[in-house]
Write a protein that binds this ligand. Structure first.
Ligand SMILES: C[S@@+](CC[C@H](N)C(=O)[O-])C[C@H]1O[C@@H](n2cnc3c(N)ncnc32)[C@H](O)[C@@H]1O
Length: 354
């Protein structure tokens, strides 16, 4: 009897775990609805806490949908995006921002990055991941498998999609560069001239040049990205292809670029960097912001998020790498030493020396 009960309990626990994983995408879609409806903004403009009718009115919900909104709010509260406090006396619960949803409001927020990841153009390829696994590498990547062209080709031909990508990258740069500069200032000190390769609209380069006025910063990116670069930022924009050449500098910076590419491509890009910088004793280096997986963290959310990010990078035939994989790329490209500073949450700053 006791054995049957524990067997049944184990089966039900397993079923719960299976359901939890199966319905995981509903969490993502609840977050997407919250972004589409600007629920965090509505709560923020109510002073950080609002009732269902207040949120419903602010996001222009049809009154018939107020009971449905309660269900969305329950998922958002259960997943930590919002908190729900029920005042005594049966009054309406008050939904408040949490540290997570505070990252979706204000001028330096991660809503554009979150919106890009949850956009149908980025979500739909993963519905076909199983069939993608049956093709031989390297082509097509998961994005091309669905859309018929690579993400970069698509961005060069579709201005709305391009803006989605570029704005999302700007929002990430606003968020992470402040932290990078505070946590690892030594990485940027003593540099006279830095080129941010694949630097998008230049938000990271702008942050570096603002924090270190002695560092002259340039951005190298593809024609169609540079064409939309802002003016008057103090950053110079250069249209080019990092597979052909990289402009000369003391330091080359890459944020979220090398994880987009396979090993051979990374070696090729880094060989071009080595040609562009002086020897180590004259200050030459490459600075990379990317994930280093299996970095010894005991936080299971950290490890799981890194694993999710790695699988996500099949989108462009990229990958997240462990230290040995990074080291092998650096040494094959002719670099002699490197230093990893795991100071950016799931990501690290890696300094690579010629
Ligand atoms: C994931 S985004 C990262 C943007 C920026 N580094 C950031 O983190 O905000 C990758 C960038 O690489 C650029 N890129 C792709 N192929 C490139 C190439 N062959 N040469 C230069 N840049 C390229 C893209 O246009 C895009 O801006």
């Amino acid at each position: 009897m006791a054995l049957t009960m524990s067997t049944n309990q184990a089966l039900l626990d397993a079923q719960l775990e299976l359901w939890h994983n199966t319905f995981g995408y509903i969490k993502s879609m609840a977050l997407k609805s919250a972004l589409d409806l600007r629920i965090a903004d509505a709560i923020h403009s109510h002073g950080g806490g609002a009732t269902l009718p207040q949120i419903g009115a602010a996001v222009k919900l049809h009154p018939s949908k107020i009971p449905c909104l309660r269900r969305l709010m329950r998922v958002l509260a259960a997943s930590g995006i919002l908190s729900a406090q029920s005042p005594s006396g049966g009054a309406e619960p008050v939904y408040a921002l949490t540290p997570v949803s505070r990252l979706l409001v204000g001028s330096q927020n991660l809503a554009p990055f979150t919106a890009m990841i949850l956009d149908p153009a980025f979500v739909s390829p993963f519905l076909e991941l199983g069939t993608w696994f049956q093709n031989e590498l390297p082509e097509p990547c998961v994005f091309k498998h669905t859309h018929g062209r690579t993400l970069w080709e698509h961005a060069s031909r579709d201005a709305t999609f391009d803006a989605l990508v570029n704005d999302s990258m700007v929002s990430d740069s606003h968020f992470i560069m402040d932290i990078a500069i505070k946590e690892c200032p030594g990485a940027f000190q003593g540099i006279s001239f830095l080129v941010d390769v694949g630097g998008g609209l230049g938000a990271a380069a702008q942050a570096i040049s603002k924090a270190f006025p002695g560092v002259k910063c340039s951005v190298l990116d593809l024609d169609h990205v540079v064409a939309k670069a802002p003016s008057g930022t103090g950053v110079q924009y250069i249209a080019g292809d990092m597979f052909e050449s990289v402009p000369p500098a003391d330091a080359i910076f890459f944020k979220w670029v090398l994880h987009d590419w396979g090993k051979e491509d990374c070696v090729k890009i880094l060989k071009n960097c080595k040609k562009a910088i002086p020897p180590r004793e004259d200050g030459g280096k490459v600075i990379i912001i990317d994930i280093v997986v299996e970095d010894g963290s005991s936080n299971s959310k950290h490890t799981e998020t890194q694993a999710l990010f790695d699988l996500y990078m099949t989108l462009v035939n990229g990958m997240e790498r462990d230290e040995q994989e990074w080291k092998s790329i650096f040494f094959q490209a002719g670099f002699s030493d490197y230093k990893i500073s795991p100071v950016l949450g799931a990501r690290s700053i890696i300094e690579v020396y010629p």
